[in-house]
Design a protein around this ligand. Structure first.
Ligand code: CA
Length: 226
């Protein structure tokens, strides 16, 4: 799937040029001409990367970044017109992943985009929350809710649930789950999976009166909507 990039830039000509180049490279691009609409768009989710101008109408790029970082760790590359050390330091302090000074060569921008997407952990676009019925798992926020209520999970429980949700409706064997969650070098018993499935059932199905996690005897486990 093509990676989605949000470009927040008020200079129309520059925005159009960058958009064209990014599309040519196979990215999906959306544009916002000011800080406020940019912030709204990115908080709506589904973007793999944000290109954020600093000098913007309504909300400055720095303010957009500060508000964004309370909610999201989506990679952000700041576009700065001024080759000012202060801007760069402030941007990186506020949680920008990188910055580029205008005017820039498009090849340099593309290289920085690729680097930021790589360090984020590959090209898999997985910002959309995963769900089964009233259960929602938000990968970006590392948060699980049932009917809007927060459920505290350990890292292994979270990873196991994520794996089940990414394969909703498909039966996964203990071996597959073990590889996906514990890794190939795991030394131990496949019944670790059973133990963690029990933890998940108690925190999700039992706690909320649901029946989402099913055992398929002799095969493994599957998560299904009721
Ligand atoms: Ca500007």
């Amino acid at each position: 799937m093509a990676e989605r990039i949000l470009l927040v830039e008020d200079e129309e000509k520059l925005a159009r040029m960058v958009e064209m180049e990014l599309r040519y490279e196979g990215y999906q691009v959306e544009k916002a001409p000011d800080g406020r609409s940019g912030l709204d768009l990115v908080l709506g989710g589904g973007f793999d990367l944000v290109l954020l101008d600093i000098m913007l109408p309504q909300l400055s790029g720095m303010e957009v970044l500060r508000r964004l970082r309370r909610e999201s760790q989506v990679p952000v590359i700041m576009l700065t017109a001024r080759d000012s050390v202060v801007d760069k330091v402030a941007g990186l302090d506020s949680g920008a992943d990188d910055y580029i000074t205008k005017p820039f060569a498009i090849e340099e921008l593309l290289a920085r985009i690729r680097a930021a997407l790589r360090s984020k952990g590959g090209s898999v676009s997985q910002e959309l929350p995963l769900s089964a019925g009233p259960l929602v798992l938000d990968v970006e926020r590392h948060q699980v809710t049932v009917r809007g209520r927060n459920v505290e999970l350990t890292k292994k429980e979270f990873d196991l649930l994520r794996c089940l949700l990414e394969n909703k409706g498909r039966v996964l064997s203990r071996e597959v789950l073990l590889d996906a969650v514990w890794g190939f070098d795991f030394v131990g018993e496949t019944n670790s999976v059973d133990v963690y499935i029990r933890f998940l059932r108690s925190k999700l199905d039992d706690a909320f009166g649901l029946k989402l996690i099913h055992t398929v005897r002799g095969v493994g486990y599957v998560i299904k909507e009721e």
